[in-house]
Structures are given as C-alpha cells and as structure tokens.
Design a protein around this ligand. Structure first.
Ligand SMILES: [Zn+2]
Length: 235
C-alpha cells in the first residue's frame, strides 16, 4: 500500500489499493462487472461512473423529504439488484461511498442514521441485510432502532396502495427515541410505502425525523428535482 508524501494513507489511495486487490482477486476467482457483465472486474470504469452521486429530492405524500443518490435504472439498477439478490456483496464498498455522499448531503448537525429494517423472509433468503451492510461499509455507525414486527408479503408485484396496506403497522422501534433526530436510510425509493412506515414507527417512539436518504429513486414513481448538475454521462 502506498502513502502520500507525508506518509499518510489517503482515502484515494485506499480506493486504489482496493481496486488493485479486486483486480488481483478477479484473476483467482473470475468475476464480471455487476452493472454490464464485462469480464474480470467487479465494477468496470463505466459502471463505476454511473454510481457518482447525483442527489435528487422527492417529497412523499405524508411530507417526508427523501434525498436519493441515483436514478434506479440502467447500470445503477443492475448493480443494486446484483448486490441485493445475487450475493454480489463485492460491490458493497462502491455503493457505500455513494450512500456516504448522499447522507452527507442530507444531514446537518448531530443526527442518528437509522436503516430501514429488512423483512425477516428477505433476511433468511439473502443471509444479510443490504441496507445495514452498506451503512456499515460507509462507516455511518447506523443506529438499528427499527425492527419488523410482523412478516409482510414481497412488495415486488404490488401497486402503491397495496404496498401501503401490506406494510402498515409492520415496524416498531426497539426503544424510545425521544430527543433523537434521525435520518432514515433505505436502498431504493419505489412508492415510498416502506419509508412512510419507518417514519411512522420512529415518530411513534418519539424521534424527530430530519428526512430520509436512498441510494436510488424509481423514476416511474418519483420524478424528483435534481439538486446539483449531472457530473457524469448518462446512458
Ligand atoms: Zn460495467
């Protein structure tokens, strides 16, 4: 591992070292890019550029302000799906950097980062909690304050109204959150039903809700307003 001229190991150098390590691992156990299938890289340069933060704000019907890092489409969608559904935890570091950026964008002052809990069935199926994992990777020290208190159906085939009733009352706080200001974190903003339920449970426990962030938003449901100019090419 290299260091800069002052002998410090900078984050940039850590990323370079990590990339070099991934390249070396790819020789031993072949991988393909989680975004486009290109061989030998966990994430190719083009797909990595697609993960550059482009914050977009959406307001849920209940008023919750959600800042999303990326649009859930193309390579972004494929990388997140690979991470969540195909055991591609090798991309957690790249997604964590994006998440860290959007959390920084959305939070001011002391705040607790509270991941939206995964359903028990999803946890059993995956063996990991995607949102908590990228929070950990991003060094966000998440406060795991919320839990699923009953099982819910998979949301994938449900519309907005069905999603809301499927989730209503399905979460609770593990403890009182009075006096805490929290930022909710989820992976993908679809209809907003999951975040609305997390907001309800946290509020009921006394938390002040500063807002929410997600890795990506689904353009079909939320047009959003971009907070800053596009910083890389869009496909
Ligand atoms: Zn790629």
């Amino acid at each position: 591992m290299r260091a800069d001229h002052a002998g410090r190991v900078t984050p940039q150098l850590l990323h370079l070292a990590r990339d070099a390590l991934l390249d070396a691992l790819a020789v031993i156990s072949p991988v393909e890019c989680a975004g486009c299938g290109e061989p030998d890289r966990s994430l190719c340069a083009a797909c990595r550029r697609q993960l550059v933060l482009r914050p977009t704000e959406s307001t849920l019907p209940g008023g919750l302000l959600v800042t999303s890092a990326l649009r859930y489409e193309g390579a972004v969608r494929r990388v997140i799906l690979a991470f969540k559904e195909s055991n591609r935890t090798d991309v957690a570091g790249a997604l964590a950097r994006t998440l860290e950026g959007v959390v920084r964008e959305a939070s001011a002052g002391p705040i607790d980062i509270v991941p939206v809990p995964t359903s028990r069935s999803a946890w059993r199926r995956r063996g990991y909690d995607p949102v908590a994992l990228i929070c950990d990777c991003a060094g966000l020290r998440p406060l795991r304050a919320l839990v699923q208190t009953r099982s819910t159906r998979s949301q994938k085939t449900l519309g907005a109204t069905e999603r809301a009733s499927n989730l209503a009352g399905s979460m609770a706080a593990r403890r009182r959150l009075t006096g805490r200001k929290i930022l909710l974190v989820d992976d993908v903003l679809t209809t907003g039903a999951t975040l609305a339920e997390a907001e309800r449970a946290a509020r009921q426990a006394g938390a002040e809700i500063a807002g929410a962030v997600t890795l990506a938003f689904t353009p079909r449901y939320y047009g959003g307003e971009r907070k800053s100019p596009v910083t890389s090419d869009e496909h």
